[in-house]
Design a protein around this ligand. Structure first.
Ligand SMILES: Cc1ncc(C[n+]2csc(CCOP(=O)(O)OP(=O)(O)O)c2C)c(N)n1
Ligand SMILES: [Mg+2]
Length: 787
């Protein structure tokens, strides 16, 4: 028996208390938005916003969940624009401060959309970009299975991963990508609860496509439960004339239903009388109700019926994924309920005043948690304290760190190598060597596992599946370099070709520490150009501070014969611009190995982040060298001088990544004219650039700070020309000129690529040594002579 049942054995009593608290949730969420828009001082004249209608739509569903159904191990992604409801509920639980509510949407206050990183109450998943918060719950359920298979979850502590979503969110394609992936992995413990108010942002949705949605989910193994009619309606349907009413509601177009909801009781009566008033029993059924009662009856949809919601959620006894379609009314109980324009609508001061009076809230006591409710506050407090969700359980774990083995565990491959192959070898070595780090790594890839060189790792660590799956080819003695054996012990999660899913998988696995108490170090591989396909999901993963290593390979024009559709041009700028993601593009494998080793630590550091490695299939002759500790420090900080410029240098070549041989060739040719020229290797334009910004900010605050790039470029005489070379946008490096005011001749890609071999393509796109030398020569010319 739950605490709640033990303490409040009379179900009716607890339901009544819950219904009263639900009223309070409605009130507080509306009031919080009102306060932000109408009462708080505005300094910039901007509309603050907040979604009173969207909040009212989902409030009762959320009350049912949080006050009765949820357990601490359950995790919830809340519909973004129901954030005020979430904060109100947390406030009633005593887990959200009044100050935060009063500063809703203000700096330092409760966030407009639930945010794991910015909100002070306990947000499980950030939401905001619709659709992504839905799908991440499925991936979190998969991660939970992965944890359970390793015995990393305490017995009986598997939670349900729950998404509360708007119906228009179901138009987002990433949901169906996730649905398909989920069915491949025998998804379980996932609930998606649709706030089916048949309104999106712009208008009322006109069709009844939900019958189709149900079919789609059922085809993917989900149980679909529709909560269409509330108990009042169900009772009315049982009265004489009720069948006609039910039939009428079933056939009523969404927009008509919404418009009548807005107009209210008299309009319902007029319409129902006109359309079914002559059917047996209907006139009497209507006559037995006042206009107000009739309006209440017609808006008593399943998603607003606490009793029904409790029964429905409470009755789920299995772990099948569940889709609940909860019929609701957008703006339920508010003056603009049902109005097609209510998405951004705000109640006026007068309307709010009326709501206050109807809620029994005394003026000046609007924020009082239990104001206007019939019972003693202590009774509500006791009820809330006894709710299963309120159990004093730590919901945000601080997982122990995984020890990174010393350098011996990371032997840099020797000989002619590409960074992509070397990446595969590093993982292969880790898999073979074993240990905590290897055990904490989980890899994932959207159907490019083999072609991104994860094969060796998978051969040793296997694929993850809740049930053992044989490797049929191996069992049939058919030769293959690749084992494809799946088991609960496997450490690679194979995904279909859907890059959104890759990033959501990385997001979920990258939150395993705080969510499940054990740290995973997820590594995802993808073809670099297809980062674009999942870019919003990547941003979403970073936004909530999930930690992962993204290995994007192959990249750039250098992928020569594969042609323009596979050559990524602009991803370096994504890497530079993306917050919480450190982008590296090493040329040599010893650099790569050091970056990976450091990266596993960075992924775990409190002030760390995720890693993006942009790699290549082009084999390069490696530099014979042993890196010292300071060398490694410079590689991690973003660059180092391969040849430092002399005091009279006129040219400096700065390159990043796989273009290293052409940069060296350019440099060697220039040496003939400029024996003091310099050669700068950039391993991370992102780290150099962000270090510079940080130092600039620190200096503005009066702190002494010099960034790595400033120190590096201080060695180049001020009138030297920087020739920057990059298999990517010239802008990735051309900003280097701004650091100390060097002139820059930037080389890089500004046009789509095409098939060819490297010499042809580098010549065509101006990335060969000839182009480098010309760029240097042009850079040296005075401005009025063609520069
Ligand atoms: C990816 C994305 N596109 C657009 C938006 C802007 N937007 C916010 S809410 C919304 C419609 C929401 O409708 P629904 O999901 O039905 O929620 P309701 O408010 O009706 O509960 C849109 C288009 C967004 N937040 N994310
Ligand atoms: Mg909607």
């Amino acid at each position: 028996m739950s605490n709640l049942a033990a303490k409040f054995p009379a179900t009716n009593q607890s339901l009544d208390i819950m219904a009263e608290l639900d009223r309070k949730v409605h009130w507080l969420s509306a009031w919080t938005i009102h306060n932000a828009n109408h009462l708080r001082e505005s300094r910039d004249g901007l509309k603050v916003g907040g979604h009173q209608a969207s909040s009212a739509s989902l409030a009762t569903v959320m009350s049912a969940l949080y006050f009765g159904i949820l357990r601490p191990e359950d995790r919830v992604a809340v519909k973004p624009h129901a954030s005020p409801v979430f904060h109100a509920i947390q406030y009633l639980f005593g887990r959200q401060g009044l100050d935060q509510l009063q500063r809703f949407r203000a700096f330092g206050g409760a966030q407009s959309y639930p945010s794991r990183t910015k909100d002070k109450d306990d947000v499980d998943f950030s939401t905001g970009s619709v659709g992504l918060g839905v799908a991440i719950t499925a991936f979190a359920a998969l991660v939970q299975d992965y944890m359970a298979a390793r015995g990393a979850l305490p017995a009986g502590k598997r939670g349900r991963m729950i998404s509360l979503l708007g119906d228009a969110e179901l138009d987002e394609g990433n949901i169906y990508e996730c649905l398909i992936e989920g069915s491949k992995h025998d998804l379980r413990d996932t609930w998606w609860i649709v706030d089916y108010n048949r309104q999106s942002l712009d208008a009322t949705t006109t069709d009844h496509s939900f019958e189709r949605f149900g079919d789609m989910f059922e085809a993917c193994g989900w149980k679909v439960i529709t909560l269409k009619y509330g108990r009042l309606q169900q009772q009315a349907f049982a009265e004489p004339g009720g069948a006609a009413l039910e039939e009428w509601i079933g056939a009523c177009p969404n927009d008509h239903y919404a418009a009548l909801t807005f107009k209210g009781g008299a309009a319902w009566r007029e319409r129902l009388t006109a359309e079914i008033g002559n059917k047996p029993g209907v006139a009497a059924l209507l006559a037995r109700r006042s206009d107000e009662d009739l309006a209440q009856l017609m808006t008593n949809l399943g998603g607003h019926d606490l009793d029904l919601l409790m029964d429905t959620f409470g009755a789920v006894a299995d772990d099948r994924p569940h889709l609940f379609i909860a019929y609701t009314i957008k703006g339920m109980g508010l003056p603009f309920q049902g109005h097609k324009d209510n998405h951004s609508g705000l109640m006026t001061e007068t309307q709010m005043e009326q709501l206050r009076l109807s809620m029994g809230v005394a003026e000046g006591r609007e924020w009082e948690p239990f104001e206007g409710l019939p019972r003693d506050p202590a009774e509500y407090q006791a009820f809330l304290a006894a709710a299963p969700f309120a159990a004093p359980v730590n919901r945000r774990h601080v997982a122990p760190k995984v020890t990174i083995p010393d350098r011996d565990a990371f032997p840099a491959p020797t000989g002619r190598q590409s960074t992509q192959v070397a990446f595969g070898k590093v993982l292969n070595d880790l898999a073979r060597g074993g240990g905590d780090l290897a055990d904490a790594i989980v890899t994932t890839s959207p159907d490019v596992t083999v072609s991104t060189n994860l094969g060796g790792w998978v051969n040793q660590r296997g694929l993850f599946s809740r049930i053992n799956r044989a490797d049929t080819f191996r069992d049939s003695s058919i030769a293959s370099a690749q084992k494809w054996l799946a088991s609960p012990r496997g450490q690679h999660i194979e995904l279909g070709i859907a890059e959104n899913n890759l990033f959501l998988m990385l997001a979920a696995a990258g939150l395993s520490g705080p969510l499940f108490g054990k740290r995973l170090l997820p590594i995802g591989t993808v073809y670099d150009p297809f980062i674009n396909r999942g870019l919003d999901a990547l941003n979403y993963a970073c936004y909530q501070d999930a930690r992962f290593m993204l290995v994007a390979t192959p990249a750039g024009l250098t992928l020569a014969p594969e042609g323009g559709a596979h050559q990524s041009l602009h991803t370096p700028l994504i890497g530079m611009a993306q917050d919480h993601l450190a982008y590296f593009e090493p040329a040599f494998v010893d650099e790569l190995v050091e970056i990976m080793r450091w990266g596993f630590g960075y992924m775990q550091a409190d002030d760390g982040g995720s890693i993006y490695l942009r790699l290549s299939t082009r084999p390069l002759d490696q530099i014979e060298r042993t890196l010292s500790e300071p060398d490694v420090g410079q590689i991690i900080d973003g660059g180092y001088w391969r040849v430092a410029p002399g005091p009279d240098a006129r040219i400096v070549i700065a390159y990043c990544g796989v273009i290293a041989p052409e940069a060296l060739e350019t440099f060697e040719q220039i040496l003939e004219d400029d024996p003091q020229a310099g050669l700068l290797a950039v391993t991370s334009p992102d780290r150099l650039n962000s270090g510079w910004s940080q130092a600039t900010r620190a200096r503005a605050q009066g702190l002494g700070a010099v960034s790595h790039v400033e120190r590096l470029l201080a060695q180049a005489p001020r009138d030297a020309v920087l020739v920057t070379m990059m298999d990517g946008p010239p802008a990735t490096l051309s900003w280097l000129g701004g650091v100390h005011g060097h002139r820059v001749s930037p080389l890089g890609l500004t046009r789509f690529g095409q098939s060819g071999d490297i010499p042809d393509l580098y010549r065509e796109y101006g990335l060969d040594a000839d182009a480098g030398v010309s760029a240097a020569a042009v850079g040296l010319l005075p401005v009025d002579m063609g520069r």
